[in-house]
Design a protein around this ligand. Structure first.
Ligand SMILES: [Cu+2]
Length: 224
């Protein structure tokens, strides 16, 4: 990204900008790098695009602004009009700004943009939490039953099974969903339940555990 900005700056130098414009773009570049280098790499792509756009439009504004000129706003270039509009000031005020004043104002604008991005991030986090909310279903395994034996969930719902062994050594297996975990008395094991396909899936014990082994069955119902 900075290579890109640098090459743009050099391009303008090569086009023999006036000395004051050269100073202006140098100052801009130094400020941009110093001010944003540390946080730049952690920014969103959207924010990076915004910064790049601001940088380039600043360069345009720098090369088209002639601070010493007596020109009136009628001869304002589109770049000047855009820049003044973006900063909420008139073209005349823009032209009267020193490079230092201009940078200070740009920094304030960027800080506001940062805040806006942070707020957007928070909103997204909250939405993600809603979507990603996981339901944990507690199940026990004992001699010789799983309880509850039947579990009903919605297709696409994010579900975890938390299976606790009460007595004996068992295995909680749902072959059609690729689940098979050992459940030992006194221990809890948590597994993700895939809910991407609807249907009824048989549960059985996968560890020979004694006379009631074959009675240890259950059902997972995934509703559309
Ligand atoms: Cu068993």
């Amino acid at each position: 990204m900075y290579e890109f900005i640098e090459s743009e700056v050099r391009k303008y130098y090569d086009q023999s900008c006036r000395e004051n414009v050269r100073r202006y773009t140098l100052l801009l570049h130094a400020h941009m790098v110093a001010y944003y280098r540390d946080i730049f790499f952690s920014l969103h792509l959207k924010m990076k695009r915004f910064l790049a756009t601001v940088s380039i439009s600043l360069l345009f504004a720098a090369c088209s602004t002639v601070p010493q000129s007596e020109s009136s706003p009628e001869d304002a270039t589109p770049q000047e009009v855009n820049m003044a509009d973006m900063m909420g000031i008139s073209v005349e005020e823009l032209r009267n700004q020193t490079p230092e004043e201009h940078m200070e104002m740009m920094q304030k604008m960027m800080m506001k943009a940062d805040d806006a991005m942070e707020n957007e991030d928070m909103g997204m986090d909250m939405m993600e939490e809603d979507v990603m909310a996981t339901r944990v279903i507690e199940i026990t395994a004992e001699d010789w039953a799983f309880a509850p034996a039947t579990i009903t969930v919605k297709k696409g719902e994010k579900v975890q099974l938390s299976i606790t062994g009460v007595t004996g050594d068992h295995g909680y297996a749902v072959p059609d969903l690729g689940i098979n975990v050992g459940v030992i008395a006194g221990e809890t094991v948590v597994v993700d339940l895939p809910t991407d396909k609807a249907g009824e899936f048989a549960v059985r014990c996968s560890v020979p555990c004694g006379s009631g082994h074959k009675d240890m069955t259950g059902m997972i119902i995934i509703e559309e």
